[in-house]
Design a protein around this ligand. Structure first.
Ligand SMILES: Cc1cc2nc3c(=O)[nH]c(=O)nc-3n(C[C@H](O)[C@H](O)[C@H](O)COP(=O)(O)OP(=O)(O)OC[C@H]3O[C@@H](n4cnc5c(N)ncnc54)[C@H](O)[C@@H]3O)c2cc1C
Length: 379
């Protein structure tokens, strides 16, 4: 049985109150106008959400991944786009917190906890799933690194304060690409946002290109050692991004459940509430069951991460199941609403667009299945 502590229950109430006051009233406008309300990110920083799992000595709230999931579920309940922006920020934070030197943590984590946007830049036009195929180059020249290349589909691309980015820095002794990770401040000369994508869903967070045009970085901006890029990039996606995306999508599943119940009670048909029809009750039962399963998987994986247990498979299972479930729950809820389901005054068609857009984020469902099956086959 999943049971949250008293403090976790209290945290959920604080986040929910904030979301209902500050985000829910804006959620439709954010989606319609396809903007990223950066001012909200300052408010979430003030409440301690931006560094929820960061130790207090670096300016964070000193909590864990379960608390992170609570924050993301609550924000995702009304704006999965904003929640995914926070997931990307958390990835940048996590990479520095986990692999940074003490100087790097002292320099960047307080900044990231107090309102500067973080992110993780891996994907390139040549393919996000093919990590080793990336072409961005980092060359060591005269004691510095010079970076050139182009990243795409990067969340927070147009508001990034601190970017953790991977680049090819040579070959290892077996001739395979050596990939390293760097910390780049957003205003570093040559580091600039490129094209901003118009997404079907998850509006509320920017997704776009990052151009690297002769970006010069001192040695101290290397994260970890040369060649640690795969460990850092894939580790961050696997250990942070997937659990975060699952939690954001869990908010969508809960949204579907709550909207289906509300609509079924309010809509009068044949002189009585829609909820009297048995098939409508079945749809609500499916939404409730899906939410319960998605919730258990999300918080089970987060709890394992908090306990320091290996949980790459559990995080991938949660991401795969919850995101795919969100798509099904949103479609089902639209069906329940008849014609009103497709009208944009109601939020449910946005939930469907958000859920579909969450499938590729942090690795597609196919990649999740490859990881999950790999874990089983290695046993
Ligand atoms: C909303 C959003 C936010 C994102 N944010 C970020 C971000 O912040 N940072 C970042 O670096 N990237 C980000 N991405 C990019 C995301 O990680 C990639 O889209 C994803 O990894 C897939 O890469 P691709 O789009 O190039 O598809 P491809 O890799 O070209 O995949 C195409 C198809 O092939 C399948 N496929 C590929 N390889 C395999 C395989 N080995 N086995 C089976 N099937 C396979 C895929 O499942 C897919 O169906 C974001 C994407 C989205 C949509």
């Amino acid at each position: 049985m999943l049971r949250h502590s008293e403090n976790q229950v209290l945290l959920r109430k604080v986040v929910r109150d904030f979301v209902e006051q500050e985000i829910a009233p804006m959620a439709h406008k954010i989606d319609e106008e396809d903007t990223c309300p950066v001012e909200l990110f300052q408010k979430t920083a003030q409440l301690g959400f931006n560094g929820v799992f960061v130790p207090a000595e670096y300016g964070g709230a000193g909590l864990g991944y379960t608390e992170m999931a609570i924050v993301l579920e609550e924000i995702g309940r009304h704006s999965a786009g904003l929640a995914v922006g926070l997931v990307a920020h958390y990835m940048g934070v996590y990479a520095i917190m986990t692999w940074g030197s003490d100087e790097q943590k002292q320099k960047y984590l307080p900044l990231l906890c107090s309102g500067s946007f973080g992110g993780l830049s891996i994907t390139e036009p040549g393919g996000g799933s093919d990590f080793a195929g990336q072409k961005t180059i980092g060359q060591p020249v005269g004691g510095e690194w010079i970076l050139n290349g182009r990243k795409c589909f990067i969340t927070n691309s147009h508001c990034m304060g601190v970017n953790v980015l991977t680049a090819r820095t040579g070959e290892d002794d077996k001739g395979r690409p050596q990939i390293s990770a760097f910390i780049i401040e957003g205003d570093t000369p040559g580091h600039k946002p490129g094209r901003k994508e118009k997404k079907a869903g998850l509006r509320g967070s920017y997704t776009g290109e990052i151009i690297l045009d002769n970006v010069r970085l001192p040695q101290e901006n290397l994260l970890g050692k040369p060649g640690d890029g795969a460990k850092i990039g894939l580790g961050t996606l696997g250990e942070m991004g997937r659990g975060g995306t699952a939690a954001a999508a869990l908010g969508i599943v809960r949204g579907c459940l709550e909207e289906s119940v509300k609509y079924a009670k309010e809509r009068i048909i044949y002189g009585k509430p829609l909820a009297k029809l048995t098939n409508i009750q079945f749809l609500i039962a499916q939404n409730r069951t899906d939410y319960e399963a998605a919730r258990l998987l999300t918080y089970n994986a987060a709890g394992m991460k908090d306990a320091g247990k290996p949980c790459a498979s559990e995080l991938s299972i949660a991401k795969y199941f919850v995101v795919e479930t969100a798509v099904k729950a949103a479609k089902r809820t639209m069906d329940l609403m008849g014609g009103y389901g497709v009208i944009s005054d109601y939020p449910v068609n946005r939930y469907l667009r958000d859920a579909v857009a969450a499938i590729p984020a942090c690795g597609t469902s196919h990649i999740m299945q490859v990881i999950i099956a790999g874990g089983e086959l290695r046993k």
